[in-house]
Design a protein around this ligand. Structure first.
Ligand SMILES: *[C@@H]1O[C@H](CO)[C@@H](O)[C@H](O)[C@H]1NC(C)=O
Ligand SMILES: *[C@@H]1O[C@H](CO)[C@@H](O)[C@H](O)[C@H]1NC(C)=O
Ligand SMILES: *[C@@H]1O[C@H](CO)[C@@H](O)[C@H](O)[C@H]1NC(C)=O
Ligand SMILES: *[C@@H]1O[C@H](CO)[C@@H](O)[C@H](O)[C@H]1NC(C)=O
Length: 472
């Protein structure tokens, strides 16, 4: 930022040189630097707890003047939330390394097969202007660079090494960008380490995630409408019931399915050649906590944790495998169960219907607003929403320990535990799994096993001793 100021100084100085008005220039520079610093401070205070800024405030931000080291082009991969986290990482890197960022083209070859692009999901203009104090973002690569990329694709297009820290980007990627003028990262999932990064970079990840990325007006309005409809009927719990066919086929979890269904799931697993694991012991995996909870198990878990059976439950999910039949036990336990399809008119959802990322964006919005959020399996949505809810003031997120849950349920069912004992054991087992303030778990050398940065972005949250107590 100061350099931005210096640069303005240099240019202005040249201009006024002949007039010998150096003093005036200095005054002007001091004023500019002051102005830029003020806007920087404004930007960092925005990172603070539970703060919302209006579009107007962002538009007031001055554009950063800096020497770009080249263009960064990225192709985020995965579903909505994996892409979201990847985009945050890459924008943070672009800011840190003084690059010019290009609005990403989203992955439309993944399992989710959604051909909608960044601008159909996120507000592009807001994204660009809200970050203009830090980085130049172009909607498209300029034609000359496009030709360059095509010509040199074999050299400049590749996936960066997973879980890299900033030294990889600084010492290995930056020289390449300077040499070729651009780099294209073909994947963005978990390419930046969770920990051991400069604080500034961590804060930038949060700024992009919680401030610069917002959904399109169309999605925002429909999301708000769902929340309004829910609120009208009182508090609501958002249940991210990860129980779609792909998830079950992939994990090989067959608890409670009949032979025909098991065969169908197994066939799907074998059909996807890039899913490596084929032979799966469902029962063992379940006991180890490796299976998404079934709707029935979820009902037991929520009731045992003391969730009021008359509470509204919003199901944030795609198509539940097994349909209504499979949902019956959960509906019996919580009769006030709704989802966007039952709350909205079909015409409201029509524009989004075949676009899984936009549907997921709607659920994301509702999940942020729920009084309680409960994911039944730890996927990217579960993790990113968990962190976002911490950022919004440690809103309660019940992080079910699936191994504890299924083992206690089995003991309750075989009569070894009474309901009271079962319920008590569930509450004890989850006392510190409510999304309350906590240090992010760091496991040096095992990035896959540590807590994800976006689940608990503690650098962007108030220090632990100041944290408010959250009731459940
Ligand atoms: C980025 O630009 C700032 C000034 O805006 C400068 O201080 C810093 O050294 C630059 N970093 C790189 C990696 O070019
Ligand atoms: C994927 O997106 C690219 C760029 O927007 C587009 O050219 C291509 O046709 C899309 N592919 C599919 C399968 O939708
Ligand atoms: C949506 O997808 C279904 C099948 O999955 C198809 O029958 C229908 O025509 C599609 N609708 C639109 C508007 O693309
Ligand atoms: C029943 O509970 C006891 C103690 O809580 C435990 O040692 C035992 O293994 C359990 N039995 C079964 C069948 O789960």
């Amino acid at each position: 930022m100061e350099i931005g100021g210096t640069k303005v100084c240099r240019l202005t100085q040249l201009h006024w040189w002949a007039l010998g008005a150096t003093l005036m220039v200095l005054l002007l520079c001091a004023f500019m630097v002051q102005l830029i610093m003020t806007s920087t401070m404004k930007a960092s205070s925005v990172l603070m707890f539970r703060s919302y800024i209006s579009r107007q405030a962002v538009n007031d931000q001055l554009e950063r003047v800096y020497d770009s080291n080249g263009y960064l082009i990225v192709s985020p991969n995965g579903g909505l939330n994996q892409m979201r986290a990847g985009i945050c990482d890459m924008v943070a890197i672009a800011i840190y390394l003084n690059l010019t960022f290009v609005v990403p083209e989203l992955d439309n070859t993944s399992f989710w097969r959604d051909n909608r692009q960044f601008g159909d999901i996120f507000d592009v203009d807001f994204f660009i202007t809200s970050l203009r104090g830090q980085v130049r973002i172009l909607k498209e690569l300029p034609p000359m660079q496009k030709r360059r990329l095509e010509k040199m694709r074999q050299i400049v297009s590749f996936a960066p090494i997973s879980w890299s820290d900033i030294s990889f980007y600084y010492y290995q990627m930056l020289p390449l960008i300077k040499r070729y003028g651009l780099l294209h990262f073909t994947r963005t999932d978990t390419r930046l380490a969770n920990n051991g990064l400069p604080l500034e970079l961590q804060l930038l990840r949060c700024q992009v995630n919680y401030q610069a990325l917002r959904f399109t007006t169309q999605i925002e309005e429909l999301g708000k409408k769902i929340v309004r409809l829910l609120r009208k009927n009182g508090p609501f719990l958002v249940l991210h019931l990860r129980y779609e066919m792909d998830m079950l086929a992939f994990t090989g979890c067959t608890e409670g399915f009949d032979n025909r269904e098991i065969e169908e799931l197994t066939n799907m697993r074998y059909a996807y050649t890039w899913w490596k694991e084929k032979e799966i012991d469902s029962e063992k995996r379940r006991k180890d906590g490796g299976c998404p909870l079934t709707p029935e198990e979820t009902a037991y878990a929520l009731r045992a944790l003391g969730i009021d059976p008359t509470k509204q439950i919003y199901i944030a999910a795609g198509d539940i495998y097994g349909g209504e039949k499979r949902m019956a036990s959960l509906r019996l336990a919580f009769p006030r169960m709704v989802k966007k399809e039952t709350l909205l008119k079909p015409s409201d959802l029509e524009p989004f219907k075949n676009h899984s990322n936009q549907m997921a964006a709607l659920d994301y919005m509702v999940a942020l607003e729920g009084d309680i959020f409960v994911p039944t399996f730890g996927g990217n949505m579960a993790k990113v929403v968990e962190g976002h809810r911490r950022h919004l003031g440690y809103k309660t997120t019940i992080l079910l320990d699936r191994s504890i849950v299924v083992n206690l349920i089995d003991q309750y069912k075989n009569g070894n535990l009474s309901w009271v004992e079962f319920s008590q054991a569930m509450k004890t087992g989850h006392a510190d799994r409510m999304g309350s303030p906590a240090q992010r778990l760091i496991i040096p050398g095992k990035p896959k096993e540590e807590e994800y940065f976006y689940s608990n972005p503690q650098e962007c949250l108030p220090p632990i001793h100041q944290r408010p107590k959250v009731s459940t």
